[in-house]
Design a protein around this ligand. Sequence first.
Ligand code: GLV
Length: 312
Amino acid sequence: MALLISVSEFWEDEKVWRQWVQTELPEMDVRVYPDDGDVNEIKYVATWKHPHGILKQYPNLKAILSLGAGVDHILSDPDLPEDLPIVRLVDPKLTHEMCFHALHWVLHFHSDHFLYMKQQMDKKWKQQGSIQPEDRTVGIMGLGNIGRGIGDSIVNQGFKVLGWGANQKSSLGDIQYFFGDEQLGDFLEKTDILINVLPLTEGTTNILRKQELQRLPRGAFIINMGRGGIVNETDLLTLLEEGHITAAAMDVFEEEPLSVNSPLWSHPSVYITPHIAGQSNPQSSAKTIAANIRRIEDGKLPFPIYNITKGY
Ligand code: GLV
């Protein structure tokens, strides 16, 4: 029985992934694409952005496991084999790293560090007054495991935290929750710093266009660490130019890698990172992947499995 790993060229070395997955699954023959050997032996593929079309070469595939939290990179393969379970990665280290990334930018914006960076360029000594965290509202779009973790870590710093998601949820502790299209405007109007961690689905694609972003109070900040296709980049640039949005920290983009021709690169109020907000940790992810494979081998369902109705 073999498991095939396929990761994008921009990721951690695939040999490192192989080593950790092999450690967790000693009984498995762990291979790295394109060295797939006998294709009939491949029962599992663990992937981050595999070359589209390859999955249909494996006739005995039992499941496809994402090496990232999202599965949009798998679903976008036009030659995806049908009726196979697609397993998302829920990994505590990835969630923790996402919390760090969110907190970093919330504090950068909240504590005026974006202004002090500009002042330093001008050799300008000016103390900005400080705003208390309880007077600043952070709104999180996407309140799954990652969004909830981020929300709790921001609540712990004393900020007001709101959440928005497509569906109703029960208790979310100190996070006030909004849901559905009807409540999106209300949520945005109350949000000073917007964090997006929504998965990319049919329902979330381009959900933040000019008309929605304009509902944010003037001077708002955006942290996009979910998926690029959710925030319309042209509309975002327009609102940055108009001063309606003060600054944006962008980790994900409509097209990745971000084209060298994108005006986002050189915009003075845009902070760019190359999709690193939550990097999957090979050692810890390998444990989660191994546990899911054991579940499947024992006739149980892996967790969490992609749900076609929800779209993630
Ligand atoms: C990264 O974007 C992931 O889906 O884990």
